[in-house]
Design a protein around this ligand. Structure first.
Ligand SMILES: C[S@@+](CC[C@H](N)C(=O)[O-])C[C@H]1O[C@@H](n2cnc3c(N)ncnc32)[C@H](O)[C@@H]1O
Length: 330
């Protein structure tokens, strides 16, 4: 019987990928990919060219993108209690991190289609997914994101760490195609100012298409973050593999993946009353929370011992959590 969590199953499957590949060669492939990703994107052809590239990408990045998407989906699921997707399409899905995250969020199986233009990524994704019974029936299909993209109807479409690889027109095309096909769309990007700007543009398009934001925003109005001064992003903790330690050095057991996201839907949803948008500051007898609130503004709240239960909740509150905790999904 398989008692491993989805994250552990994924880690085990990824560790197996590098078996037989000399550690130095794997680290070299990762370093080459990092350099490519820092170069000019979008590209005219897939960056992930062969199995070694893809194995390096998957082993190095997939645990982090998996955790980021899982965290976004958890916030979305909290805002849509009782709902689960009857089908999932993952666009630019690569080796399938978001499909793992969806299957870790909602139990059971559902039709899953992963679309990507890089055949080696799809092939490896299929191979890794064999480790998770819920994903064994997934379809891994070649598709190019562009003006001609149309998606088969599906309850949920994910677009994870893809927009940054696309020209602006293709970003708009993939978000519009997702909005047309799905009842729920989740877009995740790196938690950088540029990633946030791409998420914000996607959010605008989804709202224009008739969607409401379910998470992270407590409202579907304009984002109160002033461009150029800050950017809305969150953090997910990821266990580091030996490959990470080799590429990045140091001996930390984990690292924090910063990400930006929007989860929007045509379904009835109950967004959080407010969301914690920075790491809470814990002082003696008080917790300082920075919140994005349902009225569309940012606010600071100081919760002190005098607040009793709320104070205890504030001490447990994390960056990215709904606030107050019990209001979520109410
Ligand atoms: C950074 S990876 C993210 C993969 C996966 N979604 C994840 O979260 O780990 C970007 C993916 O987008 C795919 N991609 C980039 N441009 C594309 C395009 N024009 N059409 C289809 N796929 C594309 C790449 O092949 C790659 O698999």
């Amino acid at each position: 019987m398989n008692e491993l969590s989805p994250a552990e199953t994924l880690r085990a499957a990824l560790a197996g990928l590098l078996d037989g590949l000399p550690a130095r060669q794997a680290a070299g492939a990762v370093e080459r990919l990092i350099a490519t990703y820092r170069g000019t994107t979008p590209t005219d052809a897939p960056i992930l060219r062969d199995r070694a590239d893809v194995a390096a990408y998957a082993a190095y990045r997939m645990p982090a993108t998996f955790e980021a998407v899982r965290s976004a989906l958890a916030a979305f699921a909290a805002a849509t209690p009782g709902w689960e997707p009857a089908g999932h399409v993952d666009v630019g899905g690569g080796t399938g991190a978001a499909t793992w995250a969806v299957s870790a969020t909602w139990d059971g199986t559902r039709p899953v289609t992963v679309l990507d233009w890089a055949e080696p990524a799809l092939a490896l994704g299929r191979e890794i997914a064999a480790a998770r019974p819920e994903l064994r029936e997934a379809r891994w299909q070649r598709a190019r994101i562009g003006a001609a993209l149309t998606l088969d109807p599906a309850d949920l479409v994910t677009v994870s760490y893809v927009l940054g690889e696309l020209a602006e027109a293709d970003r708009a095309a993939v978000v519009d195609a997702a909005a047309q096909a799905a009842r729920a769309v989740v877009v995740v990007e790196p938690g950088t100012p540029d990633g946030y700007a791409r998420v914000l543009a996607a959010r605008d398009r989804l709202i224009a298409a008739g969607f409401r934001v379910a998470a992270p925003c407590p409202h579907s109005g304009a984002c109160p973050v002033v461009p150029g001064t800050d950017w809305c992003h969150f953090s997910a903790r990821v266990s580091r593999s030996s490959l990470h330690r080799q590429v990045k050095g140091g001996s930390l057991a984990y690292e924090d993946e910063k990400f930006a996201y929007v989860a929007a839907t045509r379904l009835p949803a109950a967004p959080a009353a407010a969301r914690v948008v920075r790491k809470p500051q814990i002082r003696k007898g008080q917790v300082l929370l920075e919140l994005c609130e349902a009225d569309g503004g940012l606010a600071r709240q100081t919760v002190t011992k005098r607040h009793g239960t709320l104070y205890r909740a504030a001490r447990d509150a994390d960056w990215g959590d709904a606030w107050p905790p019990e209001a979520e999904g109410a």
